[in-house]
Design a protein around this ligand. Structure first.
Ligand SMILES: *Cc1c(COP(=O)(O)O)cnc(C)c1O
Length: 499
């Protein structure tokens, strides 16, 4: 198989192997690594119907991670997608209320981030060995609530690594925060940032881009990497479940092989939907990619107008993992619609940094035809949870409800009845208060765990172990810092005193 190399969306530096790109996370020029081409599936979809999740994951991921041997890659995959997931299907599909919900939350931390973060640490430690990297890998991660926990679960006590997670102190759900501050593992560190997710993310990106800091770290035997979806090692495993979803729809007779589906994805940092787009480019019959936002509808406006403008109020919503105004992975799409013109891509990103906005050209916009952007306001999210519950007795979480609602409106507006998959990104138990508020009148004054038990009673779905775990787990992390103190927090955690 021919080797696939990765290069930066901002054009500097040489093309590097997949394992190096995974080790580095972000390119040195601040760009994101993209593969030089998107490979085509090299097996018929009819064959995918007969593969289980692990086999399909191998067949898809090998096309991107060409410098991993078969043994290495299968080892990573089989170690990740095992009984940490509560179903052997790994990502089951459930038909309800006119759509197919692809449940991506059956892993250890009950959000879709587990799909990639259960395998990333394995890909990274193999990559470190392959490249003779010495020293300890320090994973720096900004989280809007779910990445942090999933990344720590993946990296906890992995030899040769430390993980530091920054989350917006008042910007995550009660369960999300509790999941993080009770995290075990001697190499895990959690810091609440007094700011929003964008503050945390830009603080982390600044540290990555800081060459002096990299040198200081290297002298102490450390090297940064990233578990955020800017890491290509996050994106590639996410492509798998769109191919898998398609194969399962064929298997159950919902579509015939080759027939198109649409995909609706609740979007924050644009990683999940970009993976769907890559699955499409590989040859999965996906027609329209429905990019769903909450009240932070910067992407909806971008698809409507061709202008990305983050100069707007930031809203804290019931779908906190999507409360984002700077969607990092969009940079990969901009690079693509600019026909791989890194100078152009860099100019857009510099404009975003300097002025908070950029506009794409009419030609570039034409290449976005596959995408439809829509948003759901808070009341609509709540109505959607109730609609699906009342219609089919099926409970979805707030993030999934954003996508479900946008799909519903898209269908009403366009009459497009193509069978549609909704990426179901979190267990409703993670956002029990918002979910219960949508389907019950008896929520006020009741505690989170009481609502969780009530949700289980009415839905008949057992409370997942991830929730049971945090009921009584002791708090192990209480560090908080200002948004300008993130670097100092890292130095303190790593025990580096002088610079
Ligand atoms: C992270 C997350 C999203 C957004 O996914 P992106 O890849 O950042 O677009 C949506 N829903 C949930 C529950 C998440 O954790």
């Amino acid at each position: 198989m021919s080797e696939l190399l990765y290069k930066s969306t901002r054009g500097h530096g040489e093309a590097i192997t997949s394992s190096r790109a995974i080790l580095r996370g972000l390119a040195e020029d601040g760009g994101l690594y993209v593969p030089e081409r998107i490979p085509k599936l090299d097996f018929p979809l009819a064959e995918a119907v007969r593969m289980d999740y692990r086999e399909l994951a191998y067949r898809v991921m090998r096309l991107f991670l060409t410098d991993y041997t078969e043994d290495e890659l299968r080892g990573c995959i089989n170690g990740a997608y095992d009984d940490k997931f509560d179903t052997d299907e790994i990502a089951p599909i459930r038909g309800a209320a006119g759509a197919y919900y692809l449940e991506l939350y059956h892993g250890a931390t009950i959000a879709f981030k587990d799909m990639a973060l259960s395998v990333l640490p394995r890909l990274m430690t193999v990559a470190a060995k392959k490249n003779g990297a010495d020293g300890e890998i320090v994973i720096l991660t900004a989280t809007s609530g779910d990445t942090g926990k999933a990344a720590m679960a993946g990296f906890a006590d992995v030899p040769g690594t430390k993980i530091i997670v920054f989350y917006p102190k008042d910007g995550v759900s009660a369960v999300q925060e509790r999941q993080m501050i009770t995290q075990r593992g001697n190499n895990t560190y959690v810091v609440g940032v007094r700011g929003n997710f964008d503050d945390a993310q830009s603080g982390v990106k600044t540290m990555f881009a800081d060459a002096e800091l990299a040198k200081t770290l290297a002298r102490s035997g450390f090297a940064f990497s990233s578990a955020n979806s800017i890491n290509i090692g996050r994106l590639v495993p996410q492509i798998v479940y769109y191919v898998y979803a398609y194969s399962r729809l064929v298997k159950c007779g919902a579509v015939s092989c080759g027939e198109y589906i649409n995909a609706a994805v609740p979007t924050g940092n644009f990683g999940n939907i970009l993976a769907a787009h890559y699955a499409k480019l590989m040859g999965t019959p996906i027609k329209t990619l429905i990019c769903a936002s909450n009240d932070n509808r910067v992407l909806t406006d971008f698809f409507d107008t061709g202008v990305y403008d983050k100069n707007r109020p930031f809203y804290t919503t019931s779908s906190p993992s999507m409360d984002i105004l700077v969607s990092s992975n969009l940079e990969r799409l901009i690079y693509e619609i600019a026909n791989g013109d890194a100078v152009r891509c860099r100019a857009c990103m510099e404009a975003l940094h300097a002025n908070g906005r950029y506009a794409i050209t009419a030609d570039e916009r034409k290449r976005l035809d596959d995408f439809f952007g829509g948003s759901a306001a808070e009341a609509e999210v709540s109505d959607e949870i109730a609609r699906v519950w009342n219609g089919d007795g099926y409970v979805i979480d707030t993030h999934t409800a954003v996508a479900s609602r946008v799909l519903y409106c898209y269908r009403t507006a366009t009459g497009d009845r193509t069978p549609a998959v909704v990426a179901s990104t979190a267990s409703p138990y993670k956002f029990a208060r918002s979910v219960m508020s949508a389907i019950s009148d008896d929520v006020d004054g009741r505690g989170d765990f009481e609502l969780i038990d009530e949700l289980s009673r009415i839905s008949g779905v057992p409370v997942p172990p991830a929730i049971e775990d945090i009921r009584s787990a002791p708090v192990r992390h209480d560090r908080v810092c200002g948004k300008d103190e993130m670097r100092a927090a890292v130095m303190e955690i790593l025990g580096i005193t002088s610079e």
